[in-house]
Design a protein around this ligand. Structure first.
Ligand code: FA5
Length: 337
């Protein structure tokens, strides 16, 4: 039996066959087990002799099977290593690197500019109360100027903020009317505007507010001028038009001349040669008062600009919807810009 088993073992080349061999000799119905079963028929003298032989044979076969098993496992591992070997000389695949969205870049650029002029950067909630979005900004309930910004209401008292101006009121409250400050606040805003080349129902704004003793309209003009020249270059024209906002008095709107974008396919300036990028003005005394500041001691200016419009002008983007379509062909043009 031993000879036969060892000879068969020689021929075996895989684990399955090895397993079968193990069963054939050592298993319940295996040939060696059969011998053991037949021991009952032997005389008492023969039994220990045959028993010992059987044990020796079992050990020899078990050992041989174990050795073969090790051998096969090693061979399988080597085969696997050979198959999976890595050619370190192959050139690597380039990793595709993304980049910040054009709008993010423009917002960061504007932030840097104002940080350089001593402004702190703030945030405010996108779901806002009617009080901060309107009332604290001198827009009581049923005020006709509320129609200037068509709103998405969530409940009677909660809405998606229509502008970043509520952060003016929130910041004044935090400073408790005790000292002057300069802040800007970038963020998303929402309006029931019909989407077109220059309007989106969801867009971004950057609010600015400077409150202190003796802040004048000429300070506002100076800051807007510096901002426009730094952002667009010396060759762009700026114009301030008288305007109306309930929270500022007097109020202005600032337009920038269109230069990058002209000719066919350019709808940014709608043929007028100008695009409005921000609203601004001197903070209304009522707003200062509701914010906890004494309007006889403190004054301030505020502005709210549209970064999409600014990016459109600066980079010659002809349609605001491009910012939100996530078309990589559009986005990747500005990764290096
Ligand atoms: C306001 O939202 C005022 N809160 C701005 C302000 C702040 C005035 C502080 C005075 C003091 P207005 O609705 O004009 O104003 O919007 C401001 C800017 O947001 C616009 O100049 C424009 O650049 C941008 N904007 C307005 N509506 C849209 C829109 N639907 N899509 C894209 N940009 C818009």
């Amino acid at each position: 039996i031993q000879e036969e088993a060892l000879a068969t073992l020689e021929q075996i080349n895989d684990m399955k066959e090895l397993q079968a061999l193990k069963v054939a000799y050592l298993g319940k119905k295996g040939s060696l087990t059969q011998v053991l079963r037949g021991m009952g028929k032997l005389s008492p003298e023969e039994r220990p002799v045959v028993g010992e032989i059987v044990n020796q044979v079992r050990e020899a076969i078990t050992k041989a099977i174990d050795e073969k098993s090790d051998l096969l496992e090693k061979a399988a591992l080597e085969e696997k290593l050979k198959e999976e070997s890595i050619d370190v000389t192959l050139p690597g695949r380039p990793v595709k690197v993304g980049g910040p969205h054009l709008l993010t870049k423009v917002i960061e650029e504007i932030e840097d500019l104002f940080i350089g002029m001593g402004y702190e950067v703030r945030e405010g909630p996108e779901v806002e109360t009617d009080y901060f979005n309107f009332e604290a900004l001198n827009l009581p309930k049923n005020h006709p100027a509320r129609d200037m910004q068509d709103s998405f209401y969530i409940t009677n008292e909660l809405l998606l903020r229509t502008h970043t101006s509520p952060v003016q009121a929130r910041t004044m409250r935090e400073y408790k009317g005790e000292k002057g400050f300069k802040m800007i606040c970038p963020g998303k805003v929402y309006r029931r505007d019909t989407d077109d080349a220059t309007h989106s129902h969801q867009f971004t704004q950057i609010e600015g507010l400077y409150v202190d003793k003796d802040v004048k309209m000429s300070d506002l003009k100076g800051v807007l001028n510096i901002f426009a020249k730094k952002m667009f270059g010396e060759d762009r024209n700026i114009r301030l038009r008288p305007s109306f906002f309930p929270f500022t008095e007097p109020s202005v709107e600032m337009d920038i001349s269109c230069k990058v974008c002209h000719g066919e396919g350019c709808s940014v300036c709608k043929g007028t040669g100008w695009i409005e990028i921000l609203g601004a003005g001197m903070v209304h005394p009522n707003v200062l008062e509701m914010g906890g500041y004494d309007p006889k001691v403190y004054s301030g200016f505020a502005f709210g600009m549209g970064p999409e419009r600014i990016a459109m002008l600066k980079y010659g983007v002809s349609d605001i919807r491009q910012f939100y379509l996530n078309d990589n062909r559009f986005l990747k043009q500005f990764h290096q810009a």
